[in-house]
Design a protein around this ligand. Structure first.
Ligand code: HEC
Length: 143
């Protein structure tokens, strides 16, 4: 009988211990933690659904008379070029753009269209016209 009581006491202690350690888990639900672990930014491709809504197709862009450099940048380029993901030259940073502008706009145009390192061809805006692409490059580089 005594050993049974000891066992019961031990079980009570054990469960109290478990409850105490559960209370030590840092605050935050699984959803909070998952939200914090989300990657920064997202690449939007024409026609796909992104956080900002479905990316307009080229026909609507053309109907609207073409996008400005700023619009193209805000839709397709900012995911990498706002914070410099994988070494992307940042919007309006003279320091980041100087060595690239030094290569000449023609060379930069080539690499933008074909892609360079982590930079996808046409910065994922496959439907961009040459004018829209150039306007986005000018907007970002200040060139
Ligand atoms: C997925 C990320 C990503 C997206 C989206 C992206 N870029 Fe880039 N971009 C990069 C990276 C990384 C580099 C640097 C590549 C290197 O030097 O290796 C770069 C470099 C460039 C350069 C310099 C090229 C050179 O020859 O030095 C231009 C111009 C450019 N991007 C334009 C754009 C435009 C315009 C868009 C949107 C239409 C865009 N990028 C979207 C990642 C991206």
């Amino acid at each position: 009988m005594k050993s049974l009581l000891t066992l019961a006491a031990a079980l009570v202690c054990l469960s109290l211990g478990l409850a105490a350690s559960a209370a030590r888990v840092p605050p935050g639900t699984d959803d909070d933690i998952r939200a914090r672990l989300q990657p920064f930014g997202e690449v939007c491709v024409v026609g796909s659904e992104c956080a900002a809504g479905t990316v307009a197709s080229s026909t609507t862009a053309v109907a609207a008379g073409g996008k400005s450099g700023e619009e193209v940048y805000n839709t397709f380029c900012f995911a990498c070029h706002s914070t410099g993901v994988s070494g992307a030259p940042k919007l309006g940073s003279a320091e980041d753009w100087a060595p690239r502008l030094a290569k000449g706009m023609d060379a930069m145009w080539e690499t933008t269209v074909t892609g360079l390192g982590a930079m996808p061809p046409k910065g994922t805006c496959m439907a961009c016209t040459d004018e829209e692409m150039q306007a986005a490059i000018d907007y970002m580089s200040g060139g």
